[in-house]
Ligand binder design. Sequence first.
Ligand code: GRF
Length: 210
Amino acid sequence: MHSIVTLISGRGSNFEAIVKTAQKENWAVQFSGVIANRPEAKGLDFARSEGIPALALDHKAYPDRATFDQALMQQIDLLKPDLVVLAGFMRILTPEFIRHYAGKLINIHPSLLPSFPGLHTHERALEAGVETHGASVHFVSEGVDEGPIICQATVPVLPGDSAAQLAARVLQMEHQIYPRAVKWFLDGRLRIEGNQVKVYPPESQLFAHE
Ligand code: GRF
């Protein structure tokens, strides 16, 4: 049975999508814990309602990033994860943290990377006038929102879209691709080759909003 630990900062809807897909598809997986860096994170309530151990580790209680990340690593390691899932975890992680979980740390980012790393991706996509936007699931490497891409989803930008409308359309796709990427990982189907991720046996790594 594989063990997954998830890190969140807020709503936790991606985490919820992964748990619900796992339940629906009967994955052999244990959600060993959810850790939020904000005690008020809504996703902790969902975790508790599902009987998943939920813990708040408030980053503000630590003097600096390195000390917080050390404490976080300690908590995560107690749960012995095979995979650490960043699901709306709004913190930059230290290189030590990232190296510690190399090859088993994944993230979802609300843009078609390498376009629009960082914050406010939907506003920036609208401002740039792109016709296609989306989301990416990737292994985490030391740069912000960098690392080999596991899969992506494209979403059309429609005339008159607000950032909120676009975000909602992207989120709908996030909820589809993140569970797929996690399942591929658990099934041992992902290989990192250089800066690319291949799925074996091959399957499309690009999803499109209908
Ligand atoms: C998602 O859009 C994710 O891509 C971004 O933050 C948001 C988190 O949403 N990194 P949720 O907490 O999973 O609902």
